[in-house]
Write a protein that binds this ligand. Structure first.
Ligand code: RTP
Ligand code: MG
Length: 141
């Protein structure tokens, strides 16, 4: 497996629930290292741009409204097979379908308020990391 970087977002519901540290612990225990991070309250334009692939979907407006409802924690995770590993830690999109012990099973309330985002491919990870972080803000540079 190759060393990869992926973009993770702890969504407004999980930030409001005060479980940022618990979620970071799961990343770290799985061998994923936080190599860039910031808290950010997204503007509508930033959220729409980030989820632009979903703009034609019926849930797009609700997704954007939710993502701007409070601050999020945005981080780059680095590790062996980081993209898939993070998706495994997150669990299924709908917490009702998420396997026990996953972040969404333990912290998400609904398919909208589902605690975390993670890049779904290496290609999208590169695009999403660049959306939030200049290369000089990811360590080691
Ligand atoms: P994310 O992008 O946030 O990591 O989530 P994901 O890959 O598991 O799911 P995705 O298909 O990319 O959808 C993005 C977010 O849109 C909301 N959604 N709602 N009502 C619905 O049918 C529906 N489907 C998706 C979810 O909040 C999902 O995280
Ligand atoms: Mg997705």
């Amino acid at each position: 497996m190759a060393l990869e970087r992926t973009l993770s977002i702890i969504k407004p519901d999980a930030v409001a629930k005060n479980v940022v540290g618990e979620i970071y612990t799961r990343f770290e225990k799985a061998g994923l290292k936080v190599v860039a991070a910031k808290m950010k309250h997204l503007s509508k334009q930033e959220a729409e741009g980030f989820y632009a692939v979903h703009r034609e979907r019926p849930f797009f407006a609700a997704l954007v409204e939710f993502m701007i409802s409070g601050p999020v924690m945005v981080q780059v995770l680095q590790g062996e097979g980081a993209v898939l590993k993070n998706r495994e830690l997150m669990g299924a999109t709908n917490p009702k379908d998420a396997a026990p012990g996953t972040i969404r099973a333990d912290f998400a309330d609904s398919i909208d308020a589902n605690a975390v985002h993670g890049s779904d491919s290496l290609e999208n990870a590169a695009i999403e990391i660049a959306y939030f972080f200049p290369a000089t803000d990811v360590y080691p540079r």
